[in-house]
Design a binder for this molecule. Structure first.
Ligand code: GAL
Length: 619
């Protein structure tokens, strides 16, 4: 695994670059990511390129022995471009333009901007595509950051109609698939279909789902334009993109299919503060991050990536600027996060950023250096991690134990129709992942179309649309299979199947779910050492009750190798069910002490300690 850093030569005097590059090397860094926000310096006026500074920066970094990951600058179109093409910006859900003055001010569906993005990509790739110092490319930056995948612009509306025509063929087919007879929502032509915002009450869930799929496809299409140019002009270099944490705005399996390596940006403390963690977890892990945050994404993106190649393109080095509160990590955490990425198979961890920039939006965001160029605490940790890596060497392949099946459309559907507050497929995936990890298991998070050979345990926690091939794989495997609520309960257009459940899945679980309730915490259901909440599926069929609450509800059932979770997959209920299934699968699965996590690679067992105090346990 390489270590690297995100560097912005355009922020610093040229006289400083060589010293920076030398210090990077001395720290043990071998990669440097540059260029992704530099459009206004590369092309200060339309058609007038200023390559001199970037040529010299590339030479300086290359001369120091750093491999350069060059970003295409399309996340930051310059002011002159937006002024020339004011309708290139996205419109938000309320129809307001998302204008210039920060970044990501563009609509994925705007043809004019897509051409401009291709033009600047071609220009940069022509300049540096065959430079020996450039080892990889990053397209754009964090597609979807600042909630930018969905646009409600006229360009998006027109493109959506074209997309609908390709998917449905005719307006009759669309009306039928969406059930538009309901509330007289029928259209006479596809050109009558608008975007699903600005309706009086909720729009048809099928309409939203189509729009989410379309929006995702637009990202993939936008990215592909750049990938094609880079492949042509920069042969032999990897192409990557940096995904985000807890983010599902586009289908990462689809995007990754066009990339060589999928990257992601790991900010464990920012995520702990900003996402759904309990007060207790926030307190306990305030300076470490919840022990499953980073690993969940490592394992998710490894499963999205073509050939399993993934990296951390941005690693939090200290306080960030964008969470509600921005504490510093405990001493040792930057090193721990780095080694944990390694344990999960990353090819690269690249710290964000080299040096804290004293101005503009991120002036409070730490780097490896302080604004005055003296070392910030993370610099020494990066160096320590580089030494660790040199000592450990290559531990080899990770053994397969448990697979967790996750699909992006599952999360879109539970967002569109949660049915009960907070019932999200993504967060159920996180809960299931946590249950598996607390048992010390290696987990692969895989798409429904991934092969399942070699796994002793498979968890399908919430998958409304179940592809036939998945049922065939489950039936054909020998794995114990945990199946959670909503799984198999919808067709491709959000309709409930005639048989209520995907045909084939009913056979696997020996019956079907005939009624579902979502429950407030007031209706929590407890049993021996566990508590179940949030949801209750009522089942008819041959499966036998496995967990029954003292109040009488059957919250889990078992049929052959199928373990059916009728309550929402989370907490002690899920821990109990997953442990039973893991034991039935023959896995050694005992709960680890609090805050301890494990990952096996080859003969090496990595153990990570996220607890601030002392932990004692026996192995
Ligand atoms: C990421 C982004 C970086 C920087 C960073 C700050 O989302 O890609 O450019 O803004 O956050 O933490």
């Amino acid at each position: 695994m390489d270590l690297g850093v995100c560097y912005y030569p355009e922020h610093w005097p040229e006289a400083r670059w060589a010293a920076d590059a030398a210090l990077m090397r001395e720290t043990g860094l071998t990669r440097v990511r540059i260029g992704e926000f530099a459009w206004s310096r590369i092309e200060p006026e339309p058609g007038r390129f200023d390559w001199g500074w970037l040529d010299r920066a590339v030479e300086t970094l290359h001369a120091a022995g750093l491999g350069i990951i060059m970003g295409t600058p399309t996340a930051t179109p310059p002011k002159w471009l937006v002024d020339r093409m004011p309708d290139m910006v996205a419109l938000d859900r309320d129809g307001r333009p998302r204008g210039f003055g920060s970044r990501r001010h563009y609509c994925f569906s705007h043809e004019g901007y897509r051409k401009e993005a291709a033009r600047i990509t071609r220009a940069v790739a022509e300049r540096y595509g065959r430079h020996p110092g450039v080892v990889a490319w990053q397209t754009d930056n964090e597609y979807g950051c600042h909630d930018t995948v969905q646009s409600f612009s006229p360009a998006a509306r027109d493109a959506f109609r074209t997309w609908l025509a390709a998917r449905y063929g005719s307006v009759e087919a669309l009306n039928e698939a969406w059930g538009n007879v309901f509330w007289s929502m029928e259209y006479r032509t596809l050109d009558e279909v608008d975007l699903p915002n600005l309706t009086v009450t909720e729009a048809n869930p099928a309409h939203w789902l189509a729009f989410r799929r379309f929006s995702s496809d637009q990202v993939v299409r936008f990215n592909r334009v750049q990938v094609d140019i880079l492949r042509e002009l920069s042969p032999g270099r990897d192409i990557t993109h940096n995904a985000m944490g807890f983010y599902t705005g586009y289908d990462h399996h689809d995007l990754a299919a066009d990339l060589d390596v999928l990257g992601w940006d790991s900010y464990p403390l920012g995520f702990l503060e900003m996402f759904r963690f309990s007060e207790e977890e926030k307190r306990k892990y305030a300076r470490q991050g919840h022990p499953d945050i980073a690993a969940f994404h490592h394992d998710l993106y490894r499963g999205c990536a073509k050939n399993g190649r993934w990296s951390v393109l941005e690693q939090q080095p200290g306080p960030v600027n964008w969470a509600r509160h921005n504490p510093a990590p405990l001493p040792g955490m930057v090193r721990l996060w780095t080694l944990e990425a390694f344990a999960h198979g990353a090819e690269l961890v690249s710290y964000f950023r080299w040096r804290q920039f004293p101005k503009a939006q991120e002036q409070m965001h730490a780097g490896l250096l302080r604004p005055d160029a003296t070392p910030a605490p993370a610099l020494a940790e990066a160096r320590a991690a580089a030494d660790d890596l040199a000592r450990i060497g290559d531990p080899g392949e990770a053994p397969k134990q448990a697979a967790l099946v996750f699909a992006y459309d599952a999360e879109w559907m539970t967002q569109i129709q949660p049915q009960g507050e907070g019932r999200s497929a993504l967060w159920a995936a996180f809960a299931a992942y946590s249950s598996l990890r607390r048992l010390g298991l290696n987990v692969d998070i895989v798409s429904p179309s991934a092969p399942l050979d070699g796994y002793a345990l498979v968890v399908v926690h919430c998958l409304p649309i179940v592809p036939d091939e998945l049922v065939a794989k489950l039936a054909g495997s020998e794995a114990q299979v945990v199946i959670g609520p909503r799984t198999g309960t919808r067709d491709l257009d959000f309709g409930i199947p005639d048989a209520l459940l995907h045909e084939g899945l009913d056979e696997f679980i020996g019956g079907r779910v005939v009624r579902s309730e979502s429950l407030s915490d007031r209706l929590a259901m407890a049993g021996d050492g566990w508590e179940a909440r949030g949801w209750l599926d009522h089942y008819e069929g041959e499966a036998m009750p496995e967990m029954v609450a003292t109040s009488g509800e059957v919250v889990a059932l078992r049929h052959g190798r199928a373990w059916i979770a009728a309550a929402w997959p989370q907490g002690s209920f899920l821990d109990t069910l997953v442990q039973r299934a893991a034991n039935a699968a023959g896995l050694e699965a005992e709960p680890l002490p609090e805050g301890i996590r494990r990952r096996r690679r080859g003969d090496t067992l990595f153990e990570f300690d996220y607890i601030a105090g002392e932990v004692r346990f026996e192995r």
